[in-house]
Design a binder for this molecule. Sequence first.
Ligand code: ZN
Length: 53
Amino acid sequence: MFVVMQLEDIWKKNEDYLFDEIFKTADKKDGRVVGVRHFTANTCTCKICQAHR
Ligand SMILES: [Zn+2]
């Protein structure tokens, strides 16, 4: 779960530019990011959860 832990770290530090870099290179299918997922409450508004809606 290295990737997940790394993402958590970036979120905590609010390093948006780094997050965008990772998000950009994540697997995409039909415009949705399928390679990165964030498992949390349905109300989460982070970029990953928004992309999965
Ligand atoms: Zn989220």
